[in-house]
Design a binder for this molecule. Sequence first.
Ligand SMILES: O=P(O)(O)OC[C@H]1O[C@H](O)[C@H](O)[C@@H](O)[C@@H]1O
Length: 509
Amino acid sequence: MATTNGLDELVSFAARLEGVSTAALVAADPARAAGFAVRAGPVYANFARQRYDRAALEALFAVAESVGAEERLRALFSGEPVNATEGRAALHTALRGDLTGTESGRQAHAMAQEVRERMRALIDGLAVSQVTDIVSVGIGGSDLGPRLVVDALAPVVGGRFRVHFLSNVDGAAAQRVLAQLDPARTAVLLISKTFGTQETLLNGAILRAWLGDDRRLYAITANPPRATAAFDIPPERVLPMWDWVGGRYSLWSAVGFPIALAIGMDQFEALLGGAAGMDAHVLLTPLRENLAVWHAMTAVWNRNALKLSTQAVLPYDERLKLLPNYLQQLVMESLGKSVRLDGSPVAVDTVPVWWGGAGTDSQHSFFQALHQGTNVEPLDFIGIARPDHDHPGNHLALLANLFAQSEAFANGQSSEDPHRSYAGQRPSTLILLDELTPQSLGALIAMYEHSVYLQGLVWGINPFDQFGVELGKQVANRLLPALEGRHAAEDPVTAALIAEWRERASLSR
Ligand SMILES: O=P(O)(O)OC[C@H]1O[C@H](O)[C@H](O)[C@@H](O)[C@@H]1O
């Protein structure tokens, strides 16, 4: 019987707390309101409205200790092959610092520094050219991180270039991006760790033809020969990445080139510095004061003790509206596994569905279901203490909504009218950043990275592979000839769908 790492005992703690309101949990423990909180640099998180008490928390920390959290964090930072199914290290931390001084950590850090110097030189070269716009072509881990950071920070600390992103293979995406650009004033980045991703290769071909001048075509990849073979991109315009950095952990590498172009190299380095500060906190802080441990074990409690099936992320800041999209890949591609490292099936539920949306807009879309639906969904609220705009009244209203929703979800409201009563007892964490800067955003993202790693540890799964994304691609490659009419699809339903499509496509002409 596969070990559950003691998670099955947590259910008894949850049973003991059933029917105890969140308000009662807070009232019973006067130090809880401010005491169930952890600060790490610019990131503060308050867990007081989660549905556990100190005894349950202690059981959670005991689980973290039982899986060797502190030792496994050192293994991660030291470059041990923690990506066991692929026999690789996962040294995204080395991209922003070297805390362990091990040979592999030191080497990785030096390689990353060298690439950053090349990034800086390329930016300096582009800065004296006629280029004003950058199109970053990539998908998944080669897109979501840069897209989030550029969208969050470019308007505030924006640099010399306007950066546009192209990911979807749908030609409408390329058409929309190119419609607003002048090829003579545009440079194109092809970002692909494997340089074998269909969407990026097809979109790259469109962009190369549109650009008309290969000298403004760059590649960021762990497979430079493919970039040269596919697009004649010479080595001086290829920035390397490495197999010891997972795609969804790679925005700190040359995958972050569009970020550096959008906000400047110094601000990109500040982003890495923020992540490095969180790394130091996570690696060196004892479990019970460790923000990533609190966050990870809270996620484990909601998933395995309370049996909750989703996790929502609600950034109350327009600049972080892409954070849920980014976290969907980081969390669900890392933890969406059902086989343990030893090949045996997991004995517990692993990743819930992660989703979310920016506040206050989300209050006008799915909050009805969250307040009065039959499901209970744990919530990560994220707020920014200090705005960077000149509308203080709006900022106070935003924060009032943020604090109000956290309270309303926790406490609910009874009513004579059953249609107007709120059950409450919805668990939430409230994360506050002092302000939104490269440093604080870097720290926040790094915290989520380490929380994911620790959740994977507790569930006994590998957070660094993603074999589950291959089957769909293989079937798509098999179906392309069927869509081109060269042979029939094997699956009868697919064959019927393609026949219907073919008829409608021809009719629509
Ligand atoms: O960077 P690439 O090799 O083009 O891969 C892009 C993305 O595609 C893969 O299918 C995985 O879903 C992602 O983990 C990866 O980031």
